[in-house]
Design a protein around this ligand. Structure first.
Ligand code: PLP
Length: 469
């Protein structure tokens, strides 16, 4: 399997070459040359496999430069009951007739990002060890990504993490999760500023090519193909649990921000998984809902990007969206290069209203939007009727899913975080604190390992240099 750039760069690469890279050299995103097709006989053979074995079967279609026994060992080491809490890894929880949640949030940091990041940690350690190289991961987080990355990379040989976050702005639970890590290879940098300042610092450091090369700076952001392909696995695992035979169809509803999660659903569907609809849910930051309703993609400025109670979906543009557009325009790389490389930077928007029908009819996408009031009502209703407590992001997904349920087709709503991560809104909705998994009791009182720095790229560079000796 070879990978190409959505903007038409002539190079073709193998999986392990793009594993440690971000964007392609022309600014595009990597995608496989073709999607491997899975027929009914293969689906039948996969049904009933333990999660780690299913992961191996799917990943081995995309990875031809890791020997099969090694890849199998990496999958087995990653997807364990010990790390993810259940034997099923991603169990379904039934709600009303025809609707269920798929629990993707029982990993180390209680958000679905662990599903991919835990695998990425093991792939990085393997590949860096094989090359005899080291990597310094520099990132910016407003919460979920940074903690998932730190818990995946802690103690890993050859990897250091430098994670910037806006000082004092993450939820108390998220701060405690990250700052209580005592591993020598994990560095928390609390920047005196907002999330955008953190992102600007990461950009400034990455644009210093000399520094980047010298200190082997890399990233783990959501455009990484390895993260995306790891997420494909739980669409298959959800399908097998919700159906009894091949040929039956399901729908998935996905709380969306950067389009990484639902893009994995698109890939699963392109492989032949019988998915009727991919239901995309946004919060008040509805750039993607607007696209799927109108065909117009209009990125927002920072003034028009709202801080909401489902903060991991507060985006102004969706960094993985280019992958879907590439397929939507018939894999016309020149057109993608024009849309994302010229039209969007110049006008802040592009219009694909001629393709909007295909997005729905050919690719199965529908969408909807959810607000703070919807979240509160959905959390309350789900608690009262089923005794199930859901987080704010999952509530957005469930709210939009309910508008798209079709009789006879199971609707699987992806649960993307546990309520304890966003306790303030749960209290607002239910008048009580969310349950806390036992292993997080008292984490707010643990000793903290964090360095506060001004919002200044030079100071962050200094810190990295001093800790890379
Ligand atoms: C990251 C995140 C999302 C959004 O996922 P994308 O892949 O960016 O679309 C939704 N919910 C939670 C809890 C998240 O952490």
């Amino acid at each position: 399997m070879l990978y190409l750039s959505t903007r038409g760069h002539p190079d073709r690469k193998h999986f392990c070459e793009i594993l440690l890279e971000g964007l392609a050299p022309d600014g595009g995103l990597y995608l496989p040359e073709t999607y491997p097709k899975v027929d009914a006989a293969t689906l039948a053979r996969w049904r009933g496999l333990p999660y780690a074995e299913l992961a191996f079967e799917i990943l081995s279609l995309y990875i031809d430069d890791i020997p099969a026994p090694d890849l199998r060992a990496i999958c087995r080491k990653t997807y364990t009951e010990e790390v993810f809490g259940t034997r099923a890894i991603v169990p379904l929880k039934p709600l009303e007739e025809g609707v269920c949640l798929e629990a993707l949030s029982n990993g180390p940091t209680l958000a679905f990002k662990d599903m991919a990041m835990q695998l990425l940690g093991n792939l990085f350690e393997y590949e860096l060890g094989r090359r005899g190289e080291q990597l310094n991961i520099l990132g910016a987080t407003s919460g979920d990504t940074g903690s998932a990355a730190e818990y995946a990379m802690r103690g890993k040989k050859g990897v250091r993490v430098f994670m910037t976050s806006p000082n004092g702005r993450m939820s108390p639970f998220q701060q405690a999760q990250m700052f209580s890590l005592q591993d020598a290879n994990i560095h928390n940098l609390a920047v005196e500023g907002v999330f955008d300042d953190c992102q600007d610092i990461v950009k400034a450091v990455s644009n210093d090519l000399e520094f980047k090369r010298r200190y082997r700076i890399g990233t783990v952001n959501s455009i990484n193909w390895a993260r995306l392909v790891a997420q494909v696995v739980y669409y298959f695992a959800g399908y097998f649990q919700a159906t009894t035979a091949e040929g039956q169809k399901v729908c998935f509803a996905v709380p969306s921000g950067n389009f990484g999660n639902i893009c994995a659903g698109h890939v699963a569907r392109m492989m032949g998984l019988p998915v009727e609809r991919l239901v995309l849910a946004t919060n008040e930051n509805d750039v993607l809902d607007e696209f799927f309703r109108t065909g117009v993609y209009r990125v927002r400025g920072s003034q028009d990007t709202y801080e909401t109670s489902s903060p991991s979906m507060d985006i102004s543009k969706a960094s993985n969206f280019e992958r879907f557009v590439f397929d939507l325009v018939g894999r016309d790389a020149a057109r993608v290069r024009y849309l994302f490389g010229e039209e969007l930077p110049a006008k802040g928007r592009f219009d694909l209203s001629h393709e909007a029908l295909a997005a729905r009819e050919q690719y199965g996408f529908v969408s909807g939007r959810s607000t703070h009031a919807d979240r509160l009502a959905t959390i309350r209703d789900t608690w009262q009727r089923f005794g199930t407590m859901i987080d704010t992001h999952t509530a957005d997904g469930l709210k939009v899913a309910r508008a798209h349920v079709q009789a006879g087709t199971p609707m699987i709503v992806l649960e993307t975080a546990l309520p304890i991560k966003f306790a303030a809104t749960i209290v607002e909705a239910l008048g009580r604190e969310p349950d806390r998994p036992a292993r997080f009791t008292g984490i707010e009182d643990l000793p903290r390992r964090v360095t506060v720095l001004p919002a200044d790229a030079a100071r962050v560079k200094q810190f990295i240099a001093a800790h890379c000796a």
